[in-house]
Design a protein around this ligand. Structure first.
Ligand SMILES: NC(=O)c1ccc[n+]([C@@H]2O[C@H](COP(=O)([O-])OP(=O)(O)OC[C@H]3O[C@@H](n4cnc5c(N)ncnc54)[C@H](OP(=O)(O)O)[C@@H]3O)[C@@H](O)[C@H]2O)c1
Length: 249
């Protein structure tokens, strides 16, 4: 308890799944937390469930102006930021040959540009020391059919963490990555596939997980807490695979 006492955190994609579980844990650990989601109703529902102490903002991470306005609101509420968890992301599975312009643009806009804008707009607010965390995926380390564009956007984010770690080290900012495996979150209902197709596909992927089960959002949140806190003070530019052994064993 209280590992983040006195700290302030921004979590993009904090309204559901991994981001929401992390917001809950950070609040329990004493942080003041701002969350961002793009769906107004889910932003309101998350704010209600998280209760007092959370600042809930509707913004599209893919929009530079939305993220500038979000940073201005955070400055007003918190003044400074200690932790930025750039976690918002989408997946639009499609065979590579069938991925049309909107499929490609949407995934690059949210998963890559969204991370870029999140960091650029919040940089002026960052304390020394501060921690930035990106959400990539274990699938950036391996080939999974129909996820070529998604996995490439996530591999780009992993690369960005290395460069930013170097550029921001003088400012006391550590940048690290979490690469989740199969985590049970609402993302599987947003893939544009029928529930039956999702089940069949997830079952196939599950066969590649040595742990033999889906991970839970709180298991990623605990790793985000580690990277956000001083417990990881000597870790820079690292990528932590939290995937039940999927990419390693
Ligand atoms: N679950 C997995 O198996 C898994 C595995 C590897 C990596 N990941 C990554 O983990 C991250 C979190 O995903 P999750 O599994 O927790 O899924 P999720 O429950 O769908 O959460 C995604 C979050 O991102 C937000 N978001 C999406 N597009 C946005 C946008 N344009 N602007 C602002 N917020 C936006 C969503 O808000 P709205 O609901 O308002 O859109 C939601 O809060 C993602 O980056 C995902 O790629 C997930």
């Amino acid at each position: 308890m209280n590992r983040l006492q006195g700290k302030t955190a921004l979590i993009t994609g904090g309204t559901t799944g991994i981001g929401f579980a992390t917001a809950k844990l950070f609040l329990q650990e004493g942080a003041r937390v701002a969350i961002i989601g793009q769906d107004e109703q889910r932003v309101r529902a998350a704010a209600e469930e998280l209760g007092a102490g959370v600042v809930a903002i509707r913004a599209d991470v893919a929009s530079a102006s939305d993220m500038e306005a979000a940073a201005a609101r955070i400055k007003l509420e918190f003044g400074r930021l200690d932790i930025v968890f750039a976690n918002a992301g989408i997946a639009k599975p499609a065979p590579f040959a069938d991925a049309d312009a909107s499929n490609i643009d949407d995934q690059i806009d949210v998963n890559l540009k969204g991370v870029i804008y999140t960091v650029q707009k919040t940089l002026p607010l960052l304390n020394n020391p501060a921690s930035i965390i990106f959400t990539s995926t274990t699938l950036a380390e391996q080939g999974a059919n129909n996820l070529g564009i998604y996995s490439a956007t996530k591999a780009a984010v992993r690369s960005l963490a290395r460069t930013l770690s170097s550029e921001l080290k003088e400012r006391g900012v550590r940048v690290n990555v979490i690469s989740p495996g199969l985590i049970e979150t609402p993302i599987y209902g947003k893939l544009g596939m029928t529930p039956e197709a999702v089940q069949a596909w997830a079952g196939e992927l599950l066969g590649k997980v040595p742990a033999g089960r889906f991970g839970q959002a709180h298991e990623i949140a605990k790793v985000a807490l580690f990277l956000a806190s001083d417990d990881s003070s000597y870790i820079l530019g690292e990528n932590l695979l939290v995937d039940g052994g999927m990419a390693t064993i």
